[in-house]
Design a binder for this molecule. Structure first.
Ligand code: WT7
Length: 637
């Protein structure tokens, strides 16, 4: 299979192009993308070894890449490194010790400021408590917390002692949390009494109680106090964190585990084509090198920067670019607890103004949502501190891109449209400040990444033609396996094109080689940038007593990108009604989480299926959109 090399000349491009200004170029670490790209591709191992030198290792690696057991690649084999050490301890030896690591702002305006030294002490204390609860290297710990500083602290504490964290986004509900605790066989669940969102309390502890009821692996529940409202505590199983953190065993330093480069750091569950979520496994070594390098070069992070990634730490975006990479880089970050429009639609812009945010990284859904409130809200705030913008999670439509560029960035700030996935650990197809931009395009692959758009047979698609997006070589940040299911890892990602990573996205390239991501080709939806499997939604629906069969599809939605539409066959004795439709939408939201609430429930008598009984979602989609139904040869009569 032929591999097409990257565009060589990015000085003369076609279409709507935004070239970097002299000021942007002046400041950038990387000024010449094509030659760096070429150098990286000539000797990948030398390139990554050089990057790895920027981190602190307890022991250097013997080999950069071990590909003797493909696709189970190993990076920095023989190396010893701990990501928590690089994120926190390392700064104790420099002036950054008293630099601000984190500005945290609560929805009610309350603030906390943590220096690197503060963070160091908090992480040590938390790690001591974990040890006192019997947590050891290799144990799994589920974290289900609102957006408060203790969330990153808990993650770092796990990493410090070599425990494997599995963070579940607090917007998920009981079922989703339960399956993730169950799959990882976590011994401990860390949560908070509650969180705040839109001025209301989110009952995280109560959700944990319900989820843990059927999880025999869980020995303890550790509860951080945030809201201080009354929550049930089970004696012998549940502890308040602050009560343990006061005890003598929690004081002083907790030694860092000298983890192997390939030791698992975390499991993070993502949705796939079947109901069972996939536990992506990321490791201490290669992952650290990859996210450190990508963040440094793409967002050009320097000491004076104030970085704000608006994601939740519970997603991979947060793991990589709220918690680990910014801290390894010694950056100052902002973290905001609540909703973007609370109490008014200028909350985010007020945060940019207040903390002097220099780099803002967010999602197309958020941009489209805030854009709807008009230009007056951002225009009332000083946004002049911004120098770079970013977006992630779903394709950004050119109108939203231009609004972000013009109204938020005032035409000065390049937009880094970063394409990547939970599986990839970090940015894959992304500009850097020196790369000319085109609205709606994630531009070109990061140095060290060979990517292309190919047809069924693996041949490169001509410019403008849609095909499958593939990655054609391994990289240090890649997920190593699916937790407990290596066969599924091979089958999902490495089987369609042997030797290449199958992303599950479709894309096209233009005549300059620029990549435009189109969307998922599997049964995965991107709703407000959140990844949801149709199977998860369908199994939630059929768990309702009225539902016999269900199919879920995604249809274009103005703000959310995709909205969930469900087709439901009722059991005998139930009749369609508006009330029942509302009850079903509520039911899905309760089981999976508010993000999964369907836009619409359509009651039907039949679903289009293949002769082998599989629901043909693409037929439902085509019908809903009034498009041709395509090849119907497999449709049952
Ligand atoms: C899927 C991965 C990566 C962190 C957040 C999402 C879509 C991601 C972009 C982008 C177009 C994008 C893809 C991908 N996606 N970034 N810049 N442009 N689409 O991680 O939940 O694992 O989802 O998000 O469809 O496959 P995730």
């Amino acid at each position: 299979m032929a591999v097409k090399e990257i565009v060589a000349d990015i000085r003369h491009l076609s279409g709507e192009v935004y070239y970097p200004s002299p000021e942007v170029l002046e400041r950038a670490y990387i000024k010449d993308y094509p030659s760096l790209y070429q150098r990286a591709m000539q000797d990948l191992e030398a390139f990554w070894a050089e990057r790895a030198e920027e981190l602190e290792w307890f022991r250097k690696w013997d080999r950069v890449l071990d590909d003797s057991n493909k696709p189970f690649y190993k990076w920095f084999v023989g190396g010893k490194i701990n990501i928590c050490y690089n994120a926190v301890d390392r700064h104790m030896k420099t002036w950054r010790k008293n630099k601000v690591a984190l500005y945290w702002e609560a929805e009610n305006g309350e603030r906390r400021v943590l220096s690197y030294y503060d963070l160091y002490r908090e992480v040590n204390r938390f790690a001591n408590v974990l040890k006192a609860l019997g947590i050891r290297k290799g144990d799994r710990v589920t974290i289900y917390m609102p957006r408060i500083p203790e969330l990153p602290i808990a993650m770092l504490a796990c990493a410090r002692i070599g425990a494997i964290h599995s963070v579940v986004f607090a917007g998920f509900s009981v079922e989703a949390l339960h399956t993730r605790i169950e799959d990882s066989k976590s011994r401990l669940v860390i949560t908070a009494d509650g969180g705040y969102l839109n001025g209301r309390i989110v009952e995280t502890k109560r959700t944990v109680d319900e989820a843990v009821r059927r999880s025999p692996s869980v020995e303890h529940v550790l509860v951080v106090r945030r809201t201080r409202h009354e929550v049930p505590m089970e004696p012998g199983r549940d502890y308040f964190y602050d009560e343990l953190a006061r005890l003598p065993f929690a004081q002083g330093e907790c030694p860092v585990e000298e983890t192997d480069a390939e030791d698992p750091l975390y499991i993070l569950y993502t949705s796939g084509t079947t109901g069972a979520p996939k536990g992506q496994v990321h490791v201490h070594g290669g992952y650290a090198v990859y996210i450190y390098t990508t963040m440094k070069w793409v967002f050009d992070i320097k000491d004076e920067d104030i970085w704000w990634c608006t994601a939740d730490p519970g997603w991979v975006t947060g793991h990589s670019y709220i918690v680990y990479a910014p801290l390894m880089l010694g950056a100052t970050s902002v973290m905001y607890e609540g909703a973007p429009t609370y109490p008014y639609p200028d909350r985010w812009w007020s945060i940019v103004e207040k903390y002097g945010v220099t780099v803002l990284y967010t999602t197309p859904t958020a941009i489209r949502g805030l854009m709807r409130f008009g230009d007056e809200w951002p225009n009332r705030r000083h946004l002049s501190s911004l120098r770079l913008l970013g977006t992630v999670g779903e394709p950004i439509n050119p109108e939203a891109w231009r609004w972000y560029y013009r109204v938020i960035g005032k035409g000065r700030c390049p937009i880094m449209d970063t394409w990547w996935m939970t599986e990839t650990g970090g940015f894959m197809i992304t500009p850097m400040p020196c790369v000319p931009l085109k609205p709606g395009s994630a531009t070109l692959p990061f140095p060290g990444i060979r990517a292309d758009v190919v047809d069924e047979n693996g041949n490169p698609c001509p410019p403008g033609v849609e095909g499958y997006l593939v990655i054609q070589n391994p990289w240090p940040g890649m997920s190593r396996t699916l937790y407990g299911d290596p066969d599924r890892y091979v089958k999902t990602y490495w089987s369609k094109y042997p030797g290449w990573f199958f992303t599950g996205d479709s894309a096209r390239r233009d005549e300059d080689g620029y990549f435009y991501i189109i969307g998922r080709v599997d049964d995965v939806l991107k709703v407000s940038g959140y990844r949801l499997g149709t199977a998860e939604i369908e199994s939630a629906l059929v768990a309702h007593p009225a539902v016999a069969e269900a199919a879920a599809i995604g249809l274009p939605h103005e703000v959310k990108g995709e909205g969930i539409h469900c087709y439901v066959i009722l059991k005998a004795g139930y009749t369609p009604s508006e009330a029942l439709a509302e009850e079903l939408r509520q039911h899905v939201a309760q089981l999976i989480g508010p993000i999964a609430r369907p836009e619409a429930i359509h009651f039907v008598d039949k679903l289009p299926k293949t002769r082998s009984g599989k629901i043909m979602r693409r037929v439902l989609r085509a019908r809903a959109l009034g498009l041709p139904e395509g090849d119907l040869s497999t449709l049952e009569e």
